[in-house]
Design a protein around this ligand. Structure first.
Ligand code: PLP
Length: 382
């Protein structure tokens, strides 16, 4: 099946007892047993729920994975991956991570004895050089949030696995979605999503997902999901599955609008630097072109007037774009990373990598592009 068919049919079949084409919302915690321990595959909904199973099959299908797992949030999914490790183990991560991921690494898991090294993943050699005997996991985000840096997934996988094949490699694929890149095909072990974003696609749920190919890792992840309990509920599973069905068509429009907004900003007299992997001037454009089918709907930029007041004025003046956290929904959003999504990153660390007061991150929605550009233009001029 091609991707656009897979999002609709992957892992799906009509519900068995009624033929219902859409899987019903199994709003239940428990299931009748005919004799102790004898049931139809479902005993208690923390372990498995048919609405979640339907979604997990679809999640696996769209990432070309054998197994999918749905969690109560993206961070719960990352938490599950880190629980594969034990005190003393080391994680190598990119230096421009989603703020909540960084907060979890530094303020939760360091406390439990995990060690983290942050490297610029623009270059594979930075990753290779950081590997030690304690390294157990490499955590890649590409494109990064909010600076849109690009890491070469395949090259990093090859380099890491050739040094030590037991080191796990995980990719946070939230920004790209499987429409744009499928990291498992490039050699990584685990794909993670904040399904809150493009997978759900309608800003109506909070959810996380993990996809893997090997049975061994799948068993461990399922055990942690069951034992720690951060599962996705049946209603949210239903919504996310419904979201996946339009992922292909939504992403087409997100990508079309994304590049149009990026080009508009690049040519606008009030705008300074624009961060977008689809520009030839992007430092890793060749990698982006190689591993991404298209460049997505996320665009970050700085105003030429780098004062905080100027940036705030722009963000107060947008009308069609909504000033809000999150991304990946059908509606366009604007975000001020310093005060919103990346507020938990210490000032010194964020300034080092370029997250300044004048940085704005846009999640370009699927509205009419002329209306979107007109809104940006009026807010920039105001
Ligand atoms: C939002 C986000 C997360 C966290 O997911 P939640 O669903 O908010 O818990 C992780 N990574 C990236 C890239 C994100 O954008």
């Amino acid at each position: 099946m091609k991707f656009s068919t897979k999002v609709i049919h992957g892992g799906q079949k009509p519900e068995e007892s009624t033929g219902s084409v859409m899987p019903p919302i199994f709003q239940t915690s428990t299931y009748a047993q005919s004799s102790p321990g004898e049931h139809k595959g479902y005993a208690y909904s923390r372990s498995a729920n048919p609405s979640r199973t339907a979604l997990e099959k679809a999640l696996a299908a769209i990432e070309n994975a054998n197994y999918g797992f749905a969690f109560s949030s993206g961070l719960a999914a990352i938490d599950c991956v880190l629980r594969l490790l034990k005190p003393g183990d080391e994680v190598i991560a990119g230096d421009d991570l989603y703020g909540g991921t960084y907060r979890m690494f530094t303020r939760l898991f360091e406390k439990y004895g995990l060690q983290f090294k942050y490297v610029d993943m623009d270059s594979v050699s930075n990753v290779s050089a950081a590997i030690s005997n304690q390294t157990k996991l490499v955590w890649i985000e590409t494109p990064t949030n909010p600076l849109m840096k690009i890491a070469d997934i395949e090259e990093i996988s090859n380099a890491v696995k050739s040094q030590n094949k037991d080191i796990l490699i995980a990719v946070d694929n939230t920004f790209a979605t499987p429409y744009i890149q499928q990291p498992l095909d490039l050699g990584v072990d685990i794909v993670m999503h904040s399904a809150t974003k493009y997978i759900g696609g309608h800003s109506d749920l909070v959810m996380g997902a993990l996809m893997v190919n090997t049975e061994e890792i799948a068993k461990e992840l399922h055990f942690i999901q069951f034992a720690a309990g951060a599962i996705a509920g049946p209603m949210d599973s239903f919504l996310a599955l419904r979201g996946i069905k339009t992922l292909d068509v939504r992403m087409q429009r997100h990508c079309e609008n994304g590049i149009a907004v990026a080009n508009f900003l690049k040519n606008h007299p009030k705008v300074g630097k624009v961060y977008f992997p689809g520009f030839e001037s992007h430092p890793n454009y060749n990698v982006a072109k190689k591993q991404m089918r298209d460049f997505g709907g996320m665009v970050s930029f700085k105003l030429k007037d780098e004062r905080k007041e100027a940036t705030f004025k722009f963000l107060e003046n947008i009308k069609l774009f909504t000033l809000a956290e999150s991304l990946g929904g059908v509606e366009s959003l604007a975000n001020h990373p310093v005060t919103m999504t990346h507020g938990s990153i210490p000032e010194e660390d964020r300034l080092k990598i370029g997250i300044t007061d004048s940085l704005v991150r846009l999640s370009v929605g699927i509205e009419n592009i002329e209306d979107l550009l007109q809104d940006l233009d009026q807010a920039l001029k105001a």
